[in-house]
Design a binder for this molecule. Structure first.
Ligand code: PEP
Ligand code: MN
Length: 352
């Protein structure tokens, strides 16, 4: 249920209505638009909020949300969610953002080398896994907390915000302390304890679609995060399992316009995991931006042949840099623009 306040409703009207709703044992979530405030009412409603509030003089309307996902749906919030990172970069508005970097943080040296290449090539956010969800327990599992420190150092030197995965609720605190965006990997999309835990923090969350999950299940997972009070969720399509085996996954580009209809949350596309083949990454990244995605996430490695994970789908820095102007042109063709390049790292600071 949502309570749509009249456009002139005062703060005390809003507080009064919220107080009455909460007195019924229900939770409230405010969405403050430019013109009016919408109060989301969460929980079972045996007392019928509709009857109780429809005639209140400060209330415009009381509307039942028909979809199973509530806070993540367009019914609750018509305007797009725009997430602003500490350096001012926005995700979900008119700008397209490029997240790029290695699958895994392999060492400080290689991360710094990749981070500089990503920044100089026109990327906006550095990606890199410190905690890695590997299919085999014998595969490289990531550097863990040491990897987080390397990401912090790469941000300090290049000015790039960082996105990295968290796999367990007990590590959310340490990952959120360092990451600008906390990633929930595909394999954890329905780890509900983990979703609730990142929901209790304020860091933006990049929620990858599960390997075999429907769009509705994905939005319900986002709902776990939002319902804990963290509204900064970015949806990331990274390919799903189908009968096709020539590509690692089947990249569902159609989810971009569909999610535009269903949800106000930003959507980004990961063509690296979506295809598993570096030779297909550029074309699928262009398609993602053409479809209206708010950004792309691309794996980049200085020497893909030597990568400890996902080398076959990683672009070289040269191929990444060649793709960026193409994405700039595609963004312009669909009425968007690439975010401004990042130029503020310690290694670019000019003395005096
Ligand atoms: C990753 O981004 O490196 C990753 C493990 O992705 P996914 O969870 O989509 O497989
Ligand atoms: Mn990977």
């Amino acid at each position: 249920m949502i309570i749509v306040m009249k456009s002139g409703a005062s703060r005390s009207d809003i507080d009064r209505i919220c107080g009455k709703v909460e007195a019924r044992g229900l939770k409230t979530h405010l969405s403050e638009g430019e013109d009016r405030t919408v109060i989301g009412v969460i929980g079972h409603d045996p007392f019928s909020v509709k009857d109780a509030f429809t005639h209140d003089p400060s209330v415009e309307d009381v509307v039942r949300i028909t979809k199973p996902y509530k806070l993540s749906g367009r019914e609750f919030r018509r305007a797009d969610t725009v997430i602003t990172l500490p350096n001012g970069l926005t995700i979900g508005g008119d700008e397209v953002v490029l997240m790029a970097g290695p699958c895994s943080v392999e060492s400080e040296e290689m991360l710094l080398e990749t981070a500089r290449a990503v920044r100089d090539g026109g990327g906006h956010i550095l990606r890199g896994g410190a905690f890695k969800p590997r299919t085999s327990p014998y595969a490289f599992q990531g550097l863990g907390r040491a990897g987080l420190q390397h990401l912090a150092e790469a941000r300090r030197q290049t000015g790039l915000p960082v996105v990295t995965e968290v796999m367990t609720p007990s590590e959310v605190e340490s990952v959120a302390e360092i990451a600008d965006i906390v990633q929930i990997g595909a394999r954890n999309m329905q780890n509900f304890d983990l979703l609730r835990e990142v929901g209790r923090h304020t860091r933006p969350v990049l929620l990858k679609r599960g390997l075999s999950n429907t769009i509705e299940e994905w939005l319900l997972s986002a709902e776990y995060v939002l319902s804990q009070g963290n509204y900064n969720v970015i949806l990331c399509e990274r390919g799903i399992r189908t009968f096709e085996t020539m590509t690692r996954n089947t990249l569902d580009i159609a989810c971009v316009p569909l999610l535009e209809e269903l949800s106000h949350l930003p959507v980004i596309i990961d063509p690296s995991h979506g295809t598993g083949r570096w030779s297909m990454v550029a074309a699928c990244a262009r398609a993602a931006v053409a479809a209206g995605a708010d950004g792309v996430m691309i794996e980049v490695h200085p020497r893909p042949d030597e990568a400890l994970s996902d080398g076959p789908q990683s672009l070289t820095p040269q191929n990444f840099a060649a793709l960026v102007p193409q994405l700039r042109r595609v963004a312009a063709a669909v009425g968007k623009r690439l975010a401004e390049p990042v130029r503020t790292g310690a290694d670019t600071a000019v003395a005096g």
